[in-house]
Design a protein around this ligand. Structure first.
Ligand SMILES: Nc1nc2c(ncn2[C@@H]2O[C@H](COP(=O)(O)OP(=O)(O)OP(=O)(O)O)[C@@H](O)[C@H]2O)c(=O)[nH]1
Ligand SMILES: [Mg+2]
Length: 232
């Protein structure tokens, strides 16, 4: 198997659509899913780089695994359901601390999925259609939305504070907060490919800095044990 150059991790509450987003991007279709057990990963070749993308389980019982999956991550996609405010709240309350094990310069994207279930998402015609409809339907459509993009932007700013990152040195909140539909495919490629383009300079920087500090266990041979004397 090809060795991944970087790792991107999808985190978020159960049922928000993490697995569906990844299927939509990798397999170009929307299919019924079963709730993820543990985690799973895909390998994506982007230009000449290999990017591993990890899908995690949102169910509470797997919560403990989250920080393991985030270890060394270069980018994390925090996913919520635009129709359930609680799923955005959970990102701060339950998932943010799992990212402590990610790399120090880890990028964060916040993705509000299932936009097709809001009034705004009923429009056909992709991004332009949504923009046009947004202009045409002023108060009514917006009022029916449970989570506003501004709420995600506010969370992004909290994440920067939590990670003690300088706003001037990381991508702006407006660039990193997205709304998607895994069902229609709206904005899905844009999310992944924006992140891929952003991680390429990080890969190049890591390569320039020399071999990584991680231990390669593929060639590990156990040292022959001499008899322990501890119990003599
Ligand atoms: N309408 C609509 N339904 C979606 C969308 N994305 C996912 N779903 C549905 O939401 C349900 C949950 O989707 P999953 O992708 O399994 O959610 P998950 O975040 O991976 O859930 P866990 O694996 O339990 O953490 C499924 O019934 C999907 O078909 C979307 O964009 N629009
Ligand atoms: Mg899943």
């Amino acid at each position: 198997m090809k060795k991944p150059d970087v790792k991107i991790v999808l985190l978020g509450d159960m049922n928000v659509g993490k697995t569906s987003l990844l299927h939509r991007y990798m397999e170009r279709r929307f299919q019924e899913t079963v709730s993820t057990v543990g985690g799973a990963f895909y390998l994506k070749q982007w230009r000449s780089y290999n990017i591993s993308i990890w899908d995690t389980a949102g169910r509470e019982q797997f919560h403990g695994l989250g920080s393991m999956y985030c270890r060394g991550a270069t980018a994390i996609i925090l996913t919520y359901d635009v129709n359930h405010l609680q799923s955005l709240v959970e990102l701060e309350d339950r998932f943010l601390s799992l990212t402590d094990t990610a790399s120090t310069d880890c990028l964060f994207a916040i993705v509000g999925n299932k936009i097709d279930l809001t009034d705004e998402g009923d429009a056909e015609g992709g991004a332009e259609g949504l923009k046009e409809q947004g202009k045409a339907l002023s108060g009514r459509a917006r009022a029916s939305r449970r989570v506003r993009l501004d709420d995600a932007v506010a969370l992004y700013k909290k994440i920067l504070k939590y990670r003690m990152l300088d706003e001037k040195e990381v991508p702006a909140a407006e660039e990193m907060c997205f709304e998607t539909s895994a069902k229609t495919g709206y904005n899905v490629d844009h999310v992944f490919e924006t992140l891929f383009d952003m991680v390429v300079p990080i890969i190049l920087r890591q390569r320039a800095e020399g071999p990584s500090q991680t231990v390669d266990i593929t060639n590990y041979k156990p040292v022959k044990r001499t008899q322990s004397r501890c119990c003599d």
